[in-house]
Design a protein around this ligand. Structure first.
Ligand SMILES: Cc1cc2nc3c(=O)[nH]c(=O)nc-3n(C[C@H](O)[C@H](O)[C@H](O)COP(=O)(O)O)c2cc1C
Length: 224
């Protein structure tokens, strides 16, 4: 009987768990532990058991943008994180999407800890701040991004937007903070109107065709 353990791992933890599960099943099964990229239909074909695991990223399976963030985290100067050799591979989410039907029994695991927030982490510690260039359209703030960015992942929900200006010579400055709801603009006519009205060109390179509109619910500011 064959068992295949499929893992996705950025920093090696899920890989270690997969190896441990493989070792545990070794007395009953002929075990193969493989990263997602090697979990081909041929490997799965005659398996009686398939066990699949991946890291928890933003309360779910990873996406291209969260894997990119994980790589950037490891690349930061002074970071103690090391990338797993198979980290650049595809994620489980994409793999599931391409998977055929197999008669094997299946089980899944992930890396999320269940417990008090102090143990599992706090959402507030995961706040992401990303610089954007923007325009105003009526009472709304508009910016553009690409579909595979963190901004696109978070482009639907409550956000805070801040714009600052500092004049060091005059020792003056101001800051405006907007709380509101972000939503991607999907209507083609609406997108054309925003393109013409705002002439918004992203400073960051590449095609950034996703328009995101922030509708303010609260605006505050201060100046010195
Ligand atoms: C972008 C990113 C998002 C994450 N989001 C969560 C999360 O929502 N909940 C959680 O418990 N852990 C989260 N984690 C922590 C990972 O699940 C944890 O680092 C895990 O050990 C990674 O497994 P790996 O070493 O196999 O990549 C996140 C890690 C990254 C890099």
């Amino acid at each position: 009987m064959r068992a295949v353990i499929v893992y996705e791992s950025m920093y090696g933890n899920t890989h270690l768990v997969a190896d441990a599960i493989g070792a545990g099943l070794g007395s009953t099964f002929d075990v193969q532990v493989v990263p997602v990229a090697q979990a081909t239909p041929e490997i799965l074909a005659d398996a009686s058991l398939v066990v699949v695991g991946g890291p928890t990223h933003i309360h779910g399976m990873s996406r291209a943008a969260t894997r990119k963030a994980a790589v950037e985290g490891a690349d930061k100067p002074g970071s103690l994180l090391e990338l797993d050799p198979d980290a650049p591979g595809p994620g489980l989410r994409e793999w599931f999407g391409s998977l055929g039907r197999y008669p094997a029994k299946a089980a899944a695991f992930d890396t999320r800890l269940h417990g008090p927030a102090a143990m599992t982490g706090q959402a507030s510690k995961g706040i992401v701040i990303v610089p954007v260039n923007f325009a105003l359209a009526g009472k709304c703030v508009v910016f553009r991004t690409a579909p595979d960015t963190l901004l696109a992942v978070y482009s639907h929900g409550q956000v805070s937007f801040q714009v600052d200006h500092v004049d060091e010579e005059l020792r003056e400055g101001w800051s405006v903070l907007v709380h509101g709801h972000a939503h991607p603009v999907t209507d083609e006519r609406d997108i054309r109107r925003l393109e013409v009205r705002t002439r918004l060109t992203p400073w960051a390179g590449g095609a950034r065709d996703v328009f995101v509109r922030i509708t303010p619910s609260q605006i505050s500011g201060r100046g010195i």
